[in-house]
Ligand binder design. Structure first.
Ligand code: ADP
Ligand code: MG
Length: 698
């Protein structure tokens, strides 16, 4: 009896070449993988048109009739096969540009065919190019049904593995499995309770639907299953961490926090900051390890929250560390923490790649003796030589820049792991956060400090260059600084690099009386830092840069962000870039420069940027427009299991529903130990094994 785990090579019609293509192009190795290649659409073939009814504006038509002539015509690149097809009501030209010999040898005149294709106009005559053909007596006939259409790649098509061939393979597998229903993956009580289709019926329906209603029911079942297992996995990990991972218990918020609060506050914390500090304290007070994600838009004041958390650690006799993705950022953190702590007996040190050997040794020793309270640094901080006496809290800023391995290293620095606070300025919509970061607790700073002026954003075309320059000059004359960002998505793209350097030369010549610096990914770290420093110190007034400046740099005096070729950036990235300005008291501006010709999508992106500065609104829009892969930070941390039919952007309700159900199941049976729940444990094991690049925030 056939089995879902059978190698795809066993399937009828699949030889070694196709098997290899399926594996390389679609990641299909087994029968089950193949059955999970869901159609991207269905074409209604229940209607047969008469030739005389055809008009050029019809999407697809199906005809029934036969060929009355077939000839090779034209020369060179115009060489084609031209045939005449008729059903008695009229005749239409059918054209092939490729595979002429194959068609001529296999298609017979006077044999009846179902012909399926898209009418087009050439000259002023209707024709159909490269139609699908099926003999009247074909074994797999799509005529009269909803025909499933499958995604294939160019390579596959070249090897004859087109949508129709994929369909054939799938139908062969389904008929091989006819006598043994496809095993269920959800417990029966869930199927009953949530009114789900069985897995067997759902899979068969997806590939051989009777009508679109049943497709919807089948699709819902499969989406449910995908999202349910992701939630189950996330919640189990979350529960395991919470219940099994002991953490340091900070019994009090401590004298240092209250001293800071009473005597050293640089400004009144926003309500959101206060709330988040309470959430953090509750975690650290609980006796379990904290694993919290702090989300807050750029400029929302995450640094002070981190500081207060670190002061709680200090008040309980523990050290803290704070990691930043770049040296510049680490240095800025170090400086702002030192400033806020001025006059308090708390020792902060900075450790980066450029810390001198001598200082480094001192810091290492003082960390080990417990003399250093807070260590700020780059990833150099997780080097093995760095040992803490009592590391109680690790703060990770802009977490998506860190690899999982680096976080894990941090984690293993003590026998009892420190509390972990990861901070990100990338707003993640709720349903996505629930899924991608489902094993973390999430805090949100949803309020900006008072008095912030939102960044005025405008969209301009390239021909507005002169007025842009006049505007920039006005700002420079007021003593402000300016960013000008060029796309260099792939740092290796030569043409992009040329645009950047041309842009740099242009800006220099347009503003000869100001100093311009340039920062990009091809510079050595020291060179990059040196150029950044020029700008930070206002020695340079204009910075021409690529997106390397995206993360965290704080230059409050910069008030203009010009984004060149803005059409090439995604929404999240545009928003991050814009966040570099608007950090001081002055009105700031973001100018999106684009080409005239824009796709509807791009135009929409520009409109959204102009309409709102709310990071969450932008993230939601981005998620809707481009799908979850677009949200920065989600690629790296990834989903535990692949989604094939569910969509995090449009299936938010199912995400929430399956999360509620998974959480209820785990509440009643945390180990999934009961007989009826065992099926879920099996499925989880299976899914875990079949995902190789599974990674999760630690
Ligand atoms: P981010 O969340 O982007 O890391 P920062 O912590 O760098 O934001 O804060 C941005 C700016 O806002 C800093 O200059 C900081 O001093 C200031 N700031 C933070 N919290 C407040 C507050 N409650 N009131 C006024 N200014 C604040
Ligand atoms: Mg920050």
């Amino acid at each position: 009896m056939a089995d879902l785990n059978y190698n795809i090579l066993k399937a009828k019609g699949v030889g070694t070449r196709w098997a290899q293509l399926l594996s390389e192009e679609l990641d299909v190795h087994t029968y089950e993988d193949m059955l999970q290649q869901y159609p991207y659409k269905y074409v209604d073939r229940s209607h047969i048109y008469a030739v005389r009814e055809i008009t050029s504006d019809m999407a697809y038509v199906q005809l029934h009739g036969s060929f009355i002539s077939m000839n090779v015509v034209g020369e060179g690149s115009h060489r084609r096969l031209s045939a005449v097809f008729t059903d008695g009501s009229g005749a239409i030209e059918i054209v092939w540009f490729k595979g002429l010999d194959y068609v001529r040898n296999s298609v017979k005149l006077s044999q009846e065919y179902y012909l399926f294709g898209k009418p087009s106009v050439f000259g002023n005559r209707l024709n159909i190019v490269h139609p699908e053909l099926e003999k009247g007596d074909a074994t797999i006939s799509n005529a009269g049904t909803l025909q499933a259409m499958y995604n294939t790649s160019e390579r596959m098509k070249k090897a004859g593995l087109n949508s129709k061939s994929v369909q054939k393979i799938i139908l062969n597998i389904l008929s091989e499995l006819q006598s043994s229903p496809i095993p269920e993956t959800l417990p029966q009580y869930l199927i009953d309770r949530c009114h789900l289709m069985s897995r067997d019926e759902a899979l068969r329906t997806m590939h051989m639907p009777k009508n679109m209603q049943t497709v919807e029911t089948a699709r819902y079942r499969l989406k449910f299953e995908e999202l349910f297992y992701i939630q189950l996995k996330m919640l189990r990990t979350y529960n395991q961490k919470r219940e099994q991972q002991a953490g340091y218990q900070f019994s009090t918020s401590g004298a240092f926090l209250s001293d800071f609060y009473k005597n050293h506050l640089p400004f009144e914390p926003t309500n959101a900051q206060k709330r988040v500090v309470r959430e953090i304290y509750n975690d650290m007070h609980s006796g379990k390890q904290m694993n919290r994600l702090l989300q807050g838009d750029v400029g929302s004041g995450k640094t002070m929250v981190a500081l207060m958390a670190m002061l709680i650690a200090k008040g309980n006799g523990y050290q803290s560390c704070m990691m930043a993705p770049t040296e510049i950022l680490a240095t800025q953190h170090y400086e702002s923490l030192s400033k806020m702590l001025d006059g308090m007996p708390v020792r902060v040190e900075l450790l980066t790649g450029s810390t001198k050997q001598k200082e480094r040794r001192v810091i290492h020793a003082d960390l080990l003796s417990g003399d250093v309270d807070i260590l700020v640094g780059t990833h150099a901080l997780v080097e093995d030589t760095v040992q803490f006496a009592r590391l109680g809290l690790a703060v990770v800023d802009e977490q998506h820049r860190f690899g999982v391995a680096q976080r894990a290293k941090l984690w293993s620095k003590g026998a009892i792991p420190p509390h972990i606070l990861v901070m990100t300025a990338t707003p993640i919509p709720r349903t996505l956060a629930m899924t991608v970061y489902g094993d973390l607790d999430v805090s949100v700073i949803d309020e900006l400090p008072p008095g912030r002026k939102s960044v005025v954003t405008e969209h301009r075309f390239h021909n507005a260059r002169n007025s842009l320059n006049r505007f920039i000059r006005q700002q420079l004359e007021k003593g402000r600084q300016v960013y000008e960002v060029f796309p260099l998505i792939e740092e290796s793209e030569r043409s992009d690099f040329k645009n950047l350097t041309n842009g740099y030369e242009y800006v220099k010549s347009a503003f000869p009386d100001y100093k311009v610096c340039m920062v990009h990914g091809r510079l050595k770290p020291e060179e990059k830092d040196a150029a950044m420093k020029q700008f930070v110190d206002n020695e340079a007034q204009i910075m021409v840069a690529t997106t390397v400046i995206e993360v965290g740099v704080n230059v409050p005096n910069a008030s203009v962000m010009v984004i060149e070729s803005a059409e090439r950036f995604g929404l999240s990235q545009l928003h991050q870039l814009r966040g570099r300005v608007g950090r001081g008291a002055d009105q700031s501006y973001c100018i999106l420069m684009t080409d005239y010709k824009l796709s509807t999508d791009t135009r929409r992106r520009m409109e959204i940027m102009v309409e709102t500065t709310n990071g969450f609104e932008i993230a939601e829009a981005d998620l809707r427009m481009r799908g979850p892969g677009s949200i920065e930070g989600t690629q790296q941390s990834g989903l535990p299991f692949n989604l094939r039919v569910a969509n995090l952007a449009s299936d938010g309700q199912i995400v929430q529903y399956t999360r509620d159900i998974a959480s209820e199941i785990l509440k009643n049976d945390p180990q999934l130990a009961s007989a009826e729940d065992a099926i879920m444990l099996q499925r989880l094991n299976y899914l875990e094994k079949s995902v190789l690049n599974w990674s999760l925030i630690s």
